[in-house]
Design a protein. Sequence first.
Length: 413
Amino acid sequence: MTKPPMLTAQQALDHLLSHAKPVNETESVAMQASLGRVLAENVNSLVDVPPLDNTSMDGYAVRTADAQHSGNLLKIAQRIPAGSVGTTLEPGTVARIFTGAPVPPGADAVVMQEDCSIPEGLTDQVQINAAPAVGQWIRRRGEDLMTGKVALTAGTFLRPQELGVAASAGLTHLAVKRRVKVAAFFTGDELALPGEPLKPGGIYNSNRDTLLACLKSLGCDATDLGIVPDRLDATKAALRKASKDHDLIITSGGVSVGEEDHIKPAVSAEGRLDLWQIAIKPGKPLAFGAVRKSDDPKAGEAWFIGLPGNPVSSFVTFLLFVRPFILKLQGREAKQPQFYMMRADFDWLKADRRNEFLRVKLNSNGGLDLFPNQSSGVLTSASWGDGLVDCPPSQPIKAGDLVKYIPFDALLQ
Ligand code: AMP
Ligand code: MG
């Protein structure tokens, strides 16, 4: 058997992303239901926000020309609470005004009430104690959003603050991309579901819960097709079932080239497959291909990504490769994950020839600590950790070095 090509993480990712095409279908959903979805169209504002020039302070709307001398006494000619509109400010007068109320025509500044005083015995006059600058404490009409202008762009992942922007633009519903449909199954005769008794040599299927939860946090519609035994016919049957109603199939395990690894022949029989060795640790084998939806070529294909079985490897390869692929299917920008240059408070002198992703935790001194056991089978390293250090090939780390730190949070949304 010819050895699969060894790719860098970037080469593998570029290859994956060159295939991914955004789903086309969109749906209109009520604002609260759009959280975590991807905007399918630009949102144009229906209104100006704020709707009129208004005050950001409780105080007095003034004509600055009337209030240049500290100690000026000016007549309080009107009172404008939020939700009301005043009348033109006559020279020599001011308006009592409250946060959010429109500044009346003629006024060109607001003096906050802390800079004013009402002389004893007077109720309708105010003394301005600090000369205002033109425009002071005035929020301009449309400074946040303008009618007809883009408030949110297509492809935006909707977080709470985007829902608020859309609401202030006057929308009740948003056009979003349909959810990406992903089927997952897990290969291995040794696997059992938690709650079931373990036979000798058996282990619980942890990848199921890790990977399904990863899919959910990315906003996918995830289908669990369960544990599939290490047999070619069973693997092929699971692929056929998974391809029907899904955009993407992901699996764990069975992607090495051992006798018990049936992913490669099964996907090759049901579609097409590339098996890659990626020069990363943990990770290494990754399978990428497509599975026919039926014998009719017009029915199309579902994408296939086969992850390694070791729990840390499948988690890390999901974050590094499957996530950006899904982002692109969702119509989002699959940009490089956010990283920070942080100080390593550990030594990692036995650098591997592969690009390593070390599980680390932020410490209270503003540096990073390393989990002592970096084995790809030790999933507690990932739950202990806050993120990954992307360690270039053959580059040892000494305490005090700055390293590239990618928080898990940035990879799970
Ligand atoms: P494989 O990639 O199938 O050769 O599996 C590599 C290692 O990962 C083996 O030790 C498996 O027992 C383990 N493994 C495979 N699938 C899972 C799973 N779903 N949950 C936990 N461990 C797994
Ligand atoms: Mg296996």
